[in-house]
Design a protein around this ligand. Structure first.
Ligand SMILES: [Zn+2]
Length: 897
């Protein structure tokens, strides 16, 4: 499964489970954790379902071939909201069948124990079609040409297959599935496997799909509706991209991507894609992410289809999300984690593989550089005292929401795998993955199985290195102290402590850290495994720059002694792009926690000049933006905003306003970032130019390309008066498609004027947002927080049920862990915590603690940064307003035309 984004603005449906970590053995079915007894095991399901999409009900007929591994008179499996009837074993009525929706279990009692061997359980049942994306759900949508449409789709991970059919709904129970669905005859129907037969009777078609390979329940898929496809045949695999009729041509980019990715993955995994076809299905609405159902991946249509309104950033997301879901077709589907405690094995791997593939096929995208932002987010989460290990034991799937954290499960795991690949070497790492696939195909695996395969390939004890990263929370701060001999040769002494937002701790946590040490600006780095404190190594010359995280690959931070940092800062312009990024990241993080002074960071920002490097600049604009935000309402605000503008102006001048044909996507995104920040920081020239371009855009929408619209609309939106706001609103209401709609409504939410912002909040909740874009409402309300912290909070808290409904079982975790980070400045912390405790189940207290740790950190950081920012500005030589900012009023001025 793919999260659309890690920010609150991109919460995706997800579900996983957590508890304390424990030592782990290779996978075996009998020892795999689970709640269901293993004495009766499903082999093959035959399921025939007749859904009634209008009534939101379904009737089913199910027959399960079972292997009784012991004689027993009791059969236990999962069910939810289903009523079973005519329950028989081998054609004989059973004694009783009792379903308990609280426990999500059905228990069947036989008159006498059935002997060891094969038996067939049959029953009919009635169940529900859901309105939200869990189980089989009905999705209303607006047709491309207007008019109402309705389709059916499924979303089962982690534990919602049981909502569509009673089953053994745990990942270790692999079975084959033969699915038959009866749907309106004019509908297309899709599942994991190709259609085996289709019988039309009247206005209904009964569609049977070929039997699946052995797989877990959560990977079964069914979608049906007025769908059409674009397709290709590649090396024996039929690739289809499906969308609601009229949009299938927008799947052309996704189809081309899928062909590239399939070819690369067939090679990388050393195991050809094992199913006859692989469909990608664009669901209008449903959920905001994607789901890796084997052979039938479902996507929110916004992350699969590319229209004329799409930007390059949209295309990048399409490729990257496809690369993620397709990686799961091997790691996740062909080989599945034995139990949910190893969900990270699926998700970290797919995230890492997607980044590697996206980078491979799109070298101009500098993809690993942009992934650095993801790594930084993960490190921010993992620097909390309340963080948890990647690998966690899970005792009960009903605790699903507790403590699951995509920042750790997806993003830290991705970072750790990348570091490990660099340490072992890409070819050795790939050999290990190939061994892993071959050994566990059509079966399950644990994390230990992966380490064993990598150890076999590398001849090293990989488990000993990497378990310090997977089995304990946090990451190290590596301290580097240099000494120079009389010839200027440098020796560095290395030590480590856990890096924490609350200050570096002196506890017992320890990591085996694969360092990449580069002395000087170029040249290959030297690999060193830091295993003990006080370790020393030679590192070039003392007058050269130094990094111990060359290429910004490591999931750790570095703290250099003062003289070494000064030398590296002086040589900053000569470093490689990625070494610059690593230094900016670490120095800012150290300033944020109060371990280094602000000028050490700003010296690096100043040294960037007008160099066009997108990741370095997004790092800097985020840092400056944090200080500018914290300074708001204070006496030092305008002077700091003036300073921040002066840092950005040279690069803005070089970039200009309009995309150029040879711009990389990174340059385009840098242009947007810089212009939007200058607009936010009241740069009059930027605001005036945006307004001019907006006027032309109103007269002729073709005057600004999709890639350049966001910057103009966002700057205008931020500084809008009533007339401009209404013009923007009209643009939003007349959006041609959801891609435009998302961009246009987001611009409205940025408005600074409080009265207009209240109107924007009203619009976000109104019926102007179509049902298929229901997840967008939360993004819009959250977008208000930057300028209107209180309004955003009251709008959210007054409408929490409506806003969170599309996120289903992921909602409590998102509320507990992510909302506090957004609302830290909106409401006093004790009030926020009390509200969270009222709205989140009690067993999620650890998630609330994580959220609240961020709140308290942000409040402390604000005090530190305001003081440091004011001190820094006061120490600057006297100068005039460099960038023509708004008049100084002590609060942010609202400029009018
Ligand atoms: Zn995934």
């Amino acid at each position: 499964m793919r999260m659309a984004s890690i920010s609150l603005a991109g919460i995706a449906l997800f579900l996983a489970l957590a508890g304390p970590a424990s030592a782990q053995a290779p996978f075996s079915f009998d020892s795999a954790f689970g709640r269901l007894p293993k004495n009766v095991v499903p082999i093959d399901y035959t399921i025939a379902i007749v859904p009634d999409a209008m009534e939101l009900t379904l009737t089913g007929q199910e027959s399960v071939v079972l292997d009784f591994r012991q004689a027993t008179d009791t059969i236990v499996f999962n069910s939810l909201n289903e009523t079973l009837d005519q329950v028989q074993l081998d054609g004989q009525a059973v004694d009783s069948a009792v379903s308990d929706d609280q426990k999500q279990l059905t228990t069947v009692k036989l008159g006498k124990p059935a002997p060891v061997g094969r038996h067939t359980l049959t029953f009919s049942y009635k169940g529900r079609i859901e309105k939200e994306p869990q189980g089989l759900f009905a999705q209303p949508y607006v047709k491309p040409g207007g008019g109402k449409g309705l389709l059916l789709s499924t979303e089962f991970e982690s534990t919602d297959a049981r909502r569509m059919f009673p089953c053994w709904d745990e990942p270790a129970f692999r079975s084959t599935f033969r699915l038959t669905m009866t749907v309106p005859a004019e509908w297309a129907a899709l599942s994991n496997m190709p259609v085996a037969s289709r019988v039309v009777q009247g206005n209904l078609a009964t569609v049977s799909f070929a039997a699946t390979p052995k797989m877990p329940t959560y990977l079964l898929e069914f979608s049906a509706g007025d769908l059409a496809e674009t397709s290709a045949d590649d090396s024996g695999t039929r690739l289809g991209v499906w969308a609601v009729r009229g949009q299938e041509k927008d799947g052309a980019t996704a189809l081309a991507n899928a062909r590239q990715i399939l070819a690369d993955y067939n090679d990388y995994f050393g195991y050809p894609f094992p199913l006859p076809k692989l469909d990608s299905i664009a669901v209008p609405g449903g959920f905001s992410g994607a789901m890796e159902n084997w052979g039938a991946i479902t996507y929110n249509d916004q992350i699969l289809l590319v229209t004329a309104s799409s930007t390059i950033a949209d295309r990048q997301q399409v490729f990257s999300d496809q690369a993620h879901e397709m990686a799961h077709q091997w790691n996740g589907d062909l080989v599945t984690m034995g139990w949910w405690d190893d969900i990270w094995l699926n998700e970290s791997f797919a995230s890492w593989m997607a980044a590697k593939e996206t980078d491979l096929r799109n070298p101009s995208w500098n993809w690993w550089e942009s992934e650095d932002a993801t790594k930084e987010t993960a490190m921010g989460a993992d620097a909390r005292d309340t963080s948890h290990a990647i690998q966690q034991h899970v005792t009960d799937e009903q605790e699903a929401q507790n403590a699951f954290d995509p920042q750790i499960t997806y993003n830290k795991g991705e970072g750790v795998l990348r570091m490990l690949e660099a340490y072992l070497g890409p070819d050795v790492f790939r050999d290990g993955i190939r061994r892993f696939m071959k050994a566990h195909a059509y079966s399950n695996a644990t994390t230990t199985d992966l380490w064993n395969a990598l150890s076999a390939a590398s001849g090293r004890d990989v488990g000993a290195i990497v378990s310090t990263w997977a089995a304990q929370p946090g990451f190290p701060l590596v301290s580097v102290t240099a000494s120079c001999d009389p010839d200027g040769k440098r020796t560095i002494r290395l030590s480590q402590r856990r890096f924490l937002l609350s200050g570096t701790d002196s506890g017992a946590a320890h990591w085996n850290v694969p360092l990449q040490i580069r002395s000087g600006s170029n040249g290959a780095p030297q690999a060193l495994l830091l295993t003990k404190d006080g370790q020393t190594t030679s590192a070039g010359r003392c007058d050269e720059a130094l990094t111990v995280n060359a290429g910004a690959i490591g999931f750790y931070r570095a703290l250099y002694d003062e003289a070494t940092l000064r030398t590296t800062t002086q040589r900053f312009a000569t470093l490689s792009r990625r070494d610059r990024i690593a230094l900016l990241d670490d120095q800012w993080a150290l300033v944020e926690v109060g371990a280094q002074d602000l000028p050490t960071y700003l010296a690096l920002a100043n040294a960037m000049g007008d160099r066009l490097e997108e990741r370095a600049w997004t790092q800097i604009t985020r840092a400056l933006g944090t200080i500018e935000f914290d300074e708001r309402g204070g006496s030092g605000h305008d002077a700091f905003a003036d300073y921040a503008r002066s840092i950005l102006k040279p690069v803005a001048d070089r970039l200009g306003w309009t995309s150029k044909p040879n711009d990389t996507p990174g340059i385009q995104s840098l242009r947007r970032t810089v212009l939007e920040d200058l607009g936010d920081w009241a740069d009059l020239q930027t605001i005036a130019e945006a307004r001019k371009r907006f006027s032309a855009f109103l007269a002729d929408r073709s005057t600004i390309s999709p890639d350049d619209q966001e910057a103009v609309l966002f700057v205008v939106g931020r500084n809008a008066d009533a007339t401009t706001f209404e013009q923007l609103h009209t643009v939003a209401k007349t959006a041609k498609n959801e891609t435009e709609l998302r961009r246009d409504y987001a611009a409205l939410m940025r408005v600074r004027d409080p009265k207009l912002a209240a109107e924007a909040a009203h619009i976000a909740l109104s019926n102007e947002i179509p049902q298929q874009a229901a997840t967008l409402r939360l993004n819009l309300v959250m977008a208000l927080v930057d300028e209107q912290p209180q309004l955003s909070w009251t709008t959210f808290s007054d409408n929490v049920d409506v806003l969170m409904a599309p996120f289903t079982s992921y909602a409590p975790l998102a509320i507990a862990q992510y909302l506090p980070a957004a609302f830290w400045n909106s409401v006093p912390p004790d009030q926020l915590e009390a509200w969270l405790k009222q709205h989140v189940p009690a067993e999620m207290s650890s998630s609330i603690a994580r959220g609240m740790e961020t709140v308290h950190f942000k409040l402390g950081e604000k005090t530190r940064l305001v003081q440091a920012g004011d001190r820094y500005i006061a120490a600057l030589p006297q100068r005039g307003s460099l960038a023509g900012g708004a008049p100084s009023t002590g609060t942010r001025a609202h400029e009018k035309d």
